[in-house]
Structure formats: C-alpha cells, structure tokens
Write a protein that binds this ligand. Sequence first.
Ligand code: ADE
Length: 412
Amino acid sequence: MSLIRSPELAPEGEERINWVARHMPVLQELERTLAPRQPFRGLRIAICLHLEAKTAYLAKVLQRCGAEVAITASNPLSTQDAVAAALAASGIEVFAWHGATGEEYWEHLRRTAATAPHLVIDDGGDLITLLHREFPELLAGIRGGAEETTTGLLRLRALAREGRLAFPVIAVNDAHCKYLFDNRYGTGQSVWDGIMRTTNLLISGKMVVVAGFGWCGRGIAQRARGLGARVIVTEVEPVRALEAAMEGFEVMPMEEAASRGDILVTATGCAQVIREEHLARLKDGALLANAGHFDVEIDKQALARLARPTGRPRRNIEEYTFPEGKKVFLLAEGRLVNLAAGDGHPAEIMDLSFALQLLALDYLRRQEQPLPREVLPLPRELDRQVASLKLHSLGVKIDRLTPQQERYLNNT
Ligand code: ADE
C-alpha cells in the first residue's frame, strides 16, 4: 500500500509525466525495444530518486519492462505530490510526500527497503546504506544497485573499502553520458532556473560566487557567465582551481569571495563551505543557494547563531537579519536549489542519466556469474549506446572508421 499525500492529484501528475516523456527519446526507444521482452519480469526494483516527473517516467518504463517497482524520494523537498499520486495510481508502490519530516523521510525509505528488492537505484546512497544498516537479512537477495550521484558514490566506496558492501553497485554517475551532461549542463541550467524562478531577480551584472569547480560547479559558473554575471570560483583542489583560472574565472578563497558575492552557490559535495567567518562577511542583500546533494554546505546553524530569521519574502526564501541590520537570504533551506525550488534538470538531460540507469539494471540482471561486491563502472559500450541513441534522436550523424583507419589505430 502506497503512502502518499494527495491521490486526487493523479491526473495532473500524469500530464507532467507525459510532457517529460515526450522529451526523453532515448528512454522511449529503450522502452520500445525492451518492454516486449519483459526483461525484469519477476524482479522487484526499489528506487530512491528525486520524485518528480522524469524519475516517474523511468519508474514506469521499468514497470512496463516487467518489474514490480517501489519508489521513495531522495529528498523530501523535491517530491512532487501530483507525480507521486500518478505513480501510485499506475500500480507502483510509492512512499513519499513533499515536505516529509526527517522521521517520515526515513520511514518512507524503510517501507521501500522492506519490499525486499532484487535491484536498487539510489541517489545519494541513503537507501543502500539503510539496507546495509537495518535490513541485513535482505542483502543476500539483492543482485545489485546503481548510484546516481557523486555524493552517493563517495559513501558507497567507503563502504566497499571497509569490505562491507554486500552487492555490486554500478557507478552510473561516472559514465560519460552522465557527468558530462547531467552534472554540467543539467545542473548548469537547473540551478539558475531554480534561483531565477524563486527570486525573480536579474543575474546579469551580479557578482556570483561558485564554490567548487567539479562538473556541477563548472556548469553553474559557465551558465552564470552566459547570463551576464561576473563569476568568482572557490576551490580546494589545485588542478580544478587552475582550470577555473584558465577558463577566465576569478579564483580566490571563500574568505575573500564572501564579501564580494551578490549570489553565492555551493556545489562541492563537502560540508561547511560557507561557514561562520564567511557568513559574517556577506554583503547586505546577499543570496545563498546550495546545489550539492546534502544541505550541509551552507552552515545553517552558524547562520542561526549570527542572525535572526525575520521573514519569508517569497516562497522558498528565508530572510535573516544580523544585529547590525544586514539582511541575507537563504534559498530553499540550503537544500538542492534546482530540485527543492525547481523541477530538477531538463528532461532531455535526465533522458541520458535515466537511460544509463535502465541499462545498468539490465546489465546487472543479465549477469550469470555474480559480479564482485564493489563499486563498478558501467561498461563503456552501454555509455556509447546511450550517446548513439541520443545523437540519432537529434538527427546528428557521425563518421565511422574505415578498415584502414582501424588497422592504423590497432597497430599503434
Ligand atoms: N531529477 C531526478 N533526479 C534528478 C537529479 N539527480 N538531479 C536533477 N534533477 C533530477
């Protein structure tokens, strides 16, 4: 039995799912070829992803390929109740509602885990770590998992290093068709979409500080520049910092950047990136947003110590006033701004990421010999399959090597 908030919203959710599905041609094509063969018949799949329309389309494709699907949300603020209702109405078990408390969030994950899945998709590692912590009796029945994010992989690799990972996990995040597109162009667009729709303010001419120049950070910085902002990048890793400098961004420590930013966006995957000493230096009117998986990059406890919450000027914006009268504004409670205050990445981008997820599960399902209980790469040919399908859907043709060229390359 599903646990959702507003079953009456199912028709609206259905419309949203149909809209994004229309813009996800790779997943559509995989559905068209796989569904008639019912590859997941007899298998239970548990999903923990941001529960919005693109995710829902993936869940439906898995169901149409024969799986029994249970789904929960990887962040209580990204759940869209209408989408959850539509999935529940189509026979998928859904455990999620928007704004779930911490306790409710974990209860939803527990209910999902308790469906005793054979395959798992996770975003951030919460479901897989919960299975290890609280459901040891189910681990032997799990053939494998697939992880969507950088943050989740960090956690699962730590588990594997301790020798405690109980099943193979495919690092979907590390596939080229994931991080080169989703982390860079997806985050690049959706973070600014979230900030702009939340604030209704101009980006052009603003001083933007981007913390972290990984694939997400560089997408956010590039798009900020494209919108006419002046952009400062902060980094801890010298090679990335050098890349940012050579890309023409100003690079400096957060200590200096904090007092210059009109908008500060964190995308590091680390904790306490904007902390007490930085908050104290912010400009009057500064906007703070986070694009990292967890709401730990902006030190909210420090903000609450230094300043008083003095209102909510708009939905998803909290105003804080410092003793000297300075005001700063925290977007989406410091949670992923693109999902908590937006709809996540564009459909065309999630088309790639979720096609990889589908192929990763299909790969796990096909194995006759058990794979090692490690974090494993997605086979390159599956990455190339997704890229080829996307190119085809875009009407883009590319060259093929001639036999002479192949010989040449093989001999060198
Ligand atoms: N939609 C569903 N999952 C998402 C993710 N991890 N990032 C952005 N948008 C998403």
